[in-house]
Ligand binder design. Structure first.
Ligand code: 3HC
Length: 699
């Protein structure tokens, strides 16, 4: 039949089996194989057809790697037309995750049977797309308005049980799925069950329903910060009520093609593959031995250590949380309990679940309790000497074969590892605050960290539901190193003519979750102040970069925690308000430094900040600190609020034109600062077309 699709008759039922590892995506050879099998089944002795999958899941969707290429026949809509009109009764047998085009294939069958562990979903929206193989027309006809909005605009899968209450699945079973499916098909034929086509069902919208749609439109526009796909999905749902099925399908196709051509979708598809590529480490393969980690020690029960403890405890690890005093460690445990109480209130967990998670955490004030830990993560004060002291103690206490990790944001992993007798077991595991919420985990390899230790840290990152990205050693690693030029340009825009509200407003309207100065206020301006205290004047650069920030801190304006920073904060709502005092400070500093203020456009702010990120990112790539450009995008989207709709700083640069970006950087070099705007060699090369950012790999 085909290498990925087989057809055989089981007990008088024709069974089409798809076996296209890893997730049975609907690649051309799968579509062609199913089509041939359907034709064979039209004329053979089978009484009905079952479509099932081998491996871990039913079809998980269209093959995303084929998107953007010329369509090849049979296309998915062509195949589903063939399935929908098949003369024999068809049953889809679902296990694992039936997603996107996979679930649409199932919806084109007359009946659906699912294992109780199965999930079904239409996740296209997460790729900036809409279900484009009839899903937007069939789901409303079967499940009604609210279920359709829920499924298609969140993209989240639902259990087979819930799908059956929505009439999307006809039977939920346990046991051997294929046996059950064949038996079900035979019973349906024996009972002379109709060939139930979703297209034949009616879907009507009342005025209340239309009001609900309008409300969702407005809410989603705000919530998704301008994503186009959810709006187009709602239009398709309306079309399902307003048009005949075939006309609705044409409308769905038009809007699907609009999504496909939308740069938002290109960016989100880039992020799908970027996230998966980031998990892969050069030199690591399935033969690389992993350390068996079950018991995790965490040193420091402050905000960071507590958040890290929550991640591990939730994932079922045994956690020992250590701090200097009983009071400190108890305060940490109380804070964790408080965070979980909020999750219970929001319905994310039950009290029983939280009790089980809390039972995984043992507080302690003795490093000796870490003697048998498989992994210890240090999250103490950001100071090299203190961290080295901790690692000296760990080296003498922890068993051989334990991984020793530092959550440092800036310190050298090599300097930390050097005080131990086992530097190959030491590396950085850099979490982002709040650690229980933020998805990014930078795994930082020291010069001597072993491949097995790195591979284990990456695998553990996935186990605790983080998105791990490997970084080499440099000041600030990938993320915080890029933050310096980004922050510098924000401060310089402020000095040269903009206001905090203009800078943050421009970046937020562009898509950043929060503008740079507001982020400074949230994190605490004293953090940067203390970091600068450890730098020489030469390292700090021009006073224009930091004079105002220093004066804000010296005036007691530490940011949100002290009620004011670059803004004043409403004590109740925490909403930010402009503060004329800040502008007085800025103008005073400009006078002292001889800076003449001028009007600055939003476009200039956006260009300076995003190009500062991309130029530094390119240098990081050139130096081999990041393995690939897309890793940098993952770091920024998951750790720094960069919009997924723009696909990260490196993708954004490619999407908006590397030539244009390089020209802007050269003009900033000539007109703003030659020191700050040295074009990275890699960007210069790529702008000339000698290589591409996406393909660049350091030797
Ligand atoms: N097309 C092509 N490759 C896919 C794919 C797809 N739809 N889904 C997954 N893959 C690849 C991944 O890139 C990865 O490749 P790699 O090993 O080379 O990195 C491999 O399959 C395994 O994927 P995961 O690492 O994600 O495996 P998990 O077990 O963690 O998750 C999954 C499995 C839940 C199925 C997850 O892969 C997933 O969510 N896939 C995407 C599902 C999706 O978005 N479907 C809709 C596609 S769009 C569509 O169908 C349009 C239609 O409406 C017309």
């Amino acid at each position: 039949m085909s290498s990925v699709v087989s057809y055989a008759i089981h007990d008088s039922v024709g069974v089409i089996t798809i076996d296209n590892a890893p997730v049975n995506a609907l690649s051309l050879n799968v579509r062609a194989g199913i089509s041939t099998a359907l034709k064979t089944a039209e004329h053979d002795e089978s009484i009905a057809i079952v479509i099932a999958c081998a491996g871990r899941t039913f079809i998980a969707g269209a093959d995303i790697t084929e998107f953007g290429k010329p369509p090849q026949h049979p296309t998915l809509p062509e195949l589903l037309d063939q399935l929908d009109g098949h003369p024999k009764l068809t049953v889809a047998a679902l296990h694992g995750t039936a997603l996107g085009g996979g679930f649409e294939t199932a919806l084109s069958c007359h009946y659906r049977i699912a294992l109780e562990s199965a999930k079904v979903g239409l996740p296209e929206v997460k790729l900036g797309l809409l279900p484009g193989a009839g899903g937007t027309q069939r789901v409303p006809r079967l499940a009604g308005l609210e279920a359709s909005i829920n499924m298609m605009t969140t993209g989240n899968p639902v259990s087979a049980q819930l799908a059956s209450t929505w009439s999307l699945v006809d039977r939920v079973v346990s046991g051997d799925l294929l046996d059950e499916a064949v038996r079900y098909a035979k019973t349906l034929v024996a009972d002379q069950a109709s060939h139930k086509q979703a297209r034949a069902a009616t879907f009507v919208l009342t005025q209340d329903d239309r009001d609900l749609l309008a409300k969702n439109r407005a809410q989603l526009l705000k919530k998704t910060r301008g994503e186009n796909a959810p709006q187009r999905i709602l239009s398709c749902i309306e079309a399902a009520a307003d048009l005949e099925f075939d006309a609705g399908i044409i409308r769905e196709r038009e809007l699907f093609m609009e999504c496909m051509a939308d740069p938002q979708s290109a960016a989100m598809r880039h992020m799908f593959f970027a996230e998966r590529a980031a998990a892969k480490v050069d030199g690591v393969d399935k033969n690389t031995p992993l350390v068996n980690v079950q018991h995790v020690g965490i040193i420091g029960a402050g905000t960071m250590g507590g958040g890290i403890a929550m991640c591990f405890a939730q994932a079922g690890f045994t956690v020992t949380l250590v701090d200097m005093s009983v009071e400190a460690v108890q305060a940490g445990v109380d804070k964790i309990a408080k965070n979980f109480a909020i999750s219970i209130k929001r319905g994310r967990f039950t009290q029983t679940q939280v009790d089980a998670v809390m039972a995984n955490i043992t507080p302690s004030t003795h490093y000796e309790d870490l003697a048998e830990a498989d992994l210890v993560i240090e999250a103490v004060f950001e100071n090299l000497a203190i961290k080295q002291d901790v690692f000296r103690s760990l080296d003498s206490i922890c068993k051989a074969g334990a991984i020793l990790a530092s959550n440092t944001s800036y310190q050298s992993i090599d300097d930390i590892a050097s005080v131990t007798k086992r530097p190959e077991w030491v590396l950085g595991m850099h979490f982002f605050s709040p650690a229980n919420v933020m998805k990014l985990l930078e795994v930082v390899k020291g010069a001597k960290s072993s491949l097995s230790v790195i591979a284990t840290a990456m695998a553990i990152g996935k186990k605790i539901a983080k998105v791990p990205v490997l970084s080499g050693m440099c000041y600030g690693f990938i993320g915080n190193r890029m933050l310096r030029p980004y922050g510098r340009e924000a401060t310089l825009c402020l000095m040269e003519g903009a206001t905090p509200a203009q800078i943050d407003g421009a970046m937020e309207r562009w898509g950043m979750a929060m503008g740079p100065l507001a982020v400074g206020d949230l994190a605490g301006l004293d953090i940067g102040y203390k970091a600068r205290e450890q730098l020489t004047d030469a390292q700090k650069g021009s006073p224009a970069n930091y004079l105002v920030a220093d004066r804000l801190v010296e005036a007691g304006r530490l940011g949100q925690k002290s009620g004011s920073g670059y803004y004043q904060y409403d004590p109740e709502t925490r909403s930010r308000m402009d503060d004329p005092l800040v502008m007085e400070m800025v103008e005073q500093a400009c006078q002292e430094l001889g800076i003449e203020r001028r009007p600055i456009s939003d476009e200039e702010i956006i260009d300076r900040l995003t190009l500062a990120l991309a130029n530094e990112g390119a240098k990081i790539l050139e130096e081999g600190i990041a393995q690939r450009a897309s890793d940098i995008d993952v770091v920024y989207c998951y750790g720094y609020g960069f919009p997924r709709l723009k696909g990260g700083p490196m993708h954004n640069l490619e999407a908006t034109g590397i030539g244009r970006g390089a020209d802007r950087i050269r003009s900033f070099h000539d007109t703003l600062s030659a020191d700050n705007w040295q074009l990275s060699k890699l960007l210069g090369d790529v702008a000339q077309g000698t290589s591409t950012l996406a393909d660049f790999r350091h030797d």
